[in-house]
Ligand binder design. Structure first.
Ligand SMILES: Nc1nc2c(c(=O)[nH]1)N[C@H]1C(S)=C(S)[C@@H](COP(=O)(O)OP(=O)(O)OC[C@H]3O[C@@H](n4cnc5c(N)ncnc54)[C@H](O)[C@@H]3O)O[C@H]1N2
Ligand code: MOO
Length: 412
């Protein structure tokens, strides 16, 4: 640990920045009522209570015979008096000494409290004998054992999964109120950028950030407005941002936020909106910028592709989730052992691209995936997540425990 450690001057500590960003945005309160079948990955705009018991009746967990347990006390075979099938209940009450054939899911007839499996019973001349001891109540699925009518089943801000659609359907709920998809405009900035597929002239490179960010945004179920590439002129940059804020809830640019002569984004945002934050003590991604343009939030990601993606994951996704109304989830991290030592410069919180493996004892081991330059996308591609290193740490010995954070689902 460096004795004279302090944050690099002019850089806001990472946690402070993330709090400030979250405090600066509000959920977009446009609500849509949609069919439950189409609600996968949408975010609930309000809590949901169960309108009914699930299951609605006591029913059978097995194919077999249903009867009153008391009928077994005198060891006599039970008379088979009818059948209860799934969808076709047996409507007469069963008396002592009687049983009915029952199938899995069929409503338990009145008078019955116990079921025995078909293969553990013997049916002879319309009488049924049990081969083994039978416990009272066995193989009965109780009314409301899954969900009780009137209890909350989902909270506001919950993102709907396939299992959720199953439970909602089981409760007969065919419509849900969800937040509208938020609109996110994405642009790249730089005279050097060319669309993949076009020929490269000297000094040019392909735009990777925009396509990478749009892909991650589509995993976040946003409506993406692709603004293409803005050239390094005040006019072009201004026009792109002004067009973006007509429709977008969030505008994301990449490139042009550092201190170079062609880094115009901050200036233009300052002119047509408000720039409220710039430069964070994070590696990679230091020149991250944040502000507002009209009613849209603005995020300026650094141009280096890894800086762009890391600050998207660490600083933009929390903003995006809050705009979407999604309840914040803790990141999925664990303590893992470091395979090789790390030496680094202090001053910024660092997200080191790393892969993870588990040994035969179940111990997690992590190692960086290679060169960590902020233009090296291949070490991002090879990684499962980040080793997260606090700003004041200078060296970490091999075999020590470090914090490993899996990539968020949007990056997987
Ligand atoms: N004098 C200083 N120079 C730099 C500093 C600094 O503090 N002082 N910070 C460095 C850091 S850290 C970063 S990160 C970069 C970020 O700068 P910008 O956001 O202004 O990004 P650009 O200069 O436009 O581009 C940086 C780099 O990334 C390439 N790039 C840009 N956009 C794309 C894209 N859409 N797809 C692929 N590659 C892209 C660009 O060609 C440059 O190579 O600034 C450092 N400089
Ligand atoms: O922050 Mo920059 O991303 O170190 O390259």
């Amino acid at each position: 640990m460096a004795a004279d450690f302090c944050y690099s001057p002019g850089l806001m500590p990472f946690e402070q920045a993330r709090r400030l960003l979250l405090d600066s945005v509000k959920t977009i309160n446009r609500i849509d009522s949609i069919n439950t079948r189409k609600a996968i990955s949408r975010i609930l705009a309000g809590p949901i209570m169960a309108p009914m018991d699930v299951p609605a009746n006591d029913n059978s967990a097995m194919d077999g015979f249903a009867f009153a347990h008391q009928s077994l006390l005198n060891d006599r075979p039970l008379e088979l008096v009818g059948e209860a099938l799934a969808g076709h209940p047996y409507s007469t009450e069963i008396l002592l000494g009687e049983c009915v054939r029952i199938t899995t899911g069929a409503v338990l007839p009145k008078g019955a409290d116990t079921i025995e499996m078909k293969e553990k019973s013997v049916l002879e001349n319309a009488y049924v004998r049990m081969k083994h001891n039978v416990s009272k109540g066995q193989f009965v699925r109780k009314k409301g054992e899954d969900v009780r009518a009137g209890t909350p089943i989902f909270e506001q801000g919950h993102k709907i999964t396939a299992a959720d659609i199953g439970l909602l359907s089981a409760c007969g709920i065919d419509r849900v109120d969800v937040y509208d998809r938020i609109k996110v405009a994405v642009l790249s900035s730089g005279d050097e950028l060319v669309e993949p597929g076009e020929p490269l002239k000297p000094g040019q490179l392909y735009d990777s950030n925009r396509h990478m960010l749009i892909a991650a945004l589509s995993r976040s179920h946003c409506e993406v407005i692709d603004l293409g590439i803005a050239r390094d002129t005040i006019h072009d940059t201004r026009r792109a941002l002004e067009k973006a804020c007509e429709d977008a809830d969030l505008i994301i640019s990449s490139g042009g936020v550092s201190v170079g002569e062609a880094d115009l984004l901050k200036q233009v945002v300052d002119d047509i909106g408000t720039l409220s934050l710039w430069r964070i003590a994070v590696k990679p991604g230091k020149p991250f910028a944040f502000g507002t343009i009209g009613s849209a939030s603005y995020v300026g990601l650094p141009g280096n592709p890894v800086s762009s993606l890391v600050t998207f994951a660490q600083l933009t996704l929390p903003i995006l989730h809050k705009l979407q109304g999604l309840t914040a989830k803790p990141s999925t991290s664990l303590l893992a052992k470091l395979k090789f030592p790390i030496t680094r410069q202090t001053g910024r919180k660092e997200f080191i691209r790393a892969k993870i493996a588990f040994d035969q004892q179940g111990q997690a081991w992590v190692e960086p995936t290679g060169a960590q330059g902020s233009g090296i996308l291949s070490s991002m591609v090879a990684a499962d997540g980040f080793i997260v290193v606090e700003p004041d740490i200078e060296t970490i010995a091999a075999n020590s425990y470090v914090c490993f954070e899996w990539f968020p689902e949007e990056l997987q």
